[in-house]
Design a protein around this ligand. Sequence first.
Ligand code: GLV
Ligand code: MG
Length: 366
Amino acid sequence: MSHKSPKDFFAPLALGAPAPVREIPFRPSRAIHFFDPSNPKMVDKVPAMIGTVDVLLGNLEDAVKADHKVAAREGLVAISHATPELGGPGATTQLWTRINSLDSPWVLDDLTTLVPAIGRRLDVVMVPKVEGPEDIAYIDRILAQLEAKAGLDRPILVHAILETARGMANVEEICGASPRMQGLSLGPADLAADRRMKTTRVGGGHPGYLIREDPVDGAIDGPRATFQQDLWHYTIARMVDACATHGIYPYYGPFGDIADTVGCEDQFRNAFLLGCVGAWSLHPVQIAIANRVFSPSADDIAHARRVVAAMGDGTGAVMLDGKMEDDASLKQCLVLVELAEQLAAIDPELKRLYDALEPEQREGQA
Ligand code: GLV
Ligand code: MG
């Protein structure tokens, strides 16, 4: 099979389409809040949410009833027209959509309706049930054709949901399939079904998936501690590696037990620690959880700045509080400091929090 020359990778896929981006800029996207644009109660809440959440996503796929598909698509166009401050370059709250799956009868109309009508404001198109790079190539070409026709001056980015076993097996190729690729989300519900896992939940752990302490003194029936294990560790770690390899962003997906805010926070935090930049929100309570979890804590930033200050030109090793710091721990600290700066630029509360740490940093420098 003959592959495209690397020289052609950044050529537009349609005459007159905007040039593909060479880098996916970091834009805060701690919470991707899903709403159903055919549901008037949810739509009414949208204007007041602008500025309080990093991403608002008009969902057209699962959770929207078949006989509401057209209303959802048209509702998204109407919301975008009514709230021009939502989405587009420089907007504090991005506008994303999740289109219907590529094997559905709705997806083509989703794209041909949305790109001309709201393409200028639409930052990212989330594509569900992506199985391989051929799915991204299909979307890539159609978007280029529609962007050219609509006269758009920047490409709409693409985000794939990892929710089939084959998609998982092809995760690296999916990430590298187009310069439009912005990121990946874990889709634990569909992925569990496709893998024939025996769970019945949307994200989170399972009490049966555990490890048990060895018998103490051979007492098999004696008390033995058990610990629940993380069902999603392997998947998230693979997703993070694939995204980091390709310079794009990984996300935890949905956590369906809205009342279990503690369990949700734990899952989100595991994802944050492993390298994810955000998660989905299915209810406004989850926005606050994601905003908190996916922002470095004041303690982390105070420590990271002390290491940066102590490491001078960044080479060699120093002892700080009895711990060895070197080039590699400095690089980890710089990841946190850079993230804090990016988030502080759009979140005044975080800016105040991180700015208030300055005296401590100077203390560390002294
Ligand atoms: C999300 O779409 C999921 O299937 O978990
Ligand atoms: Mg799904």
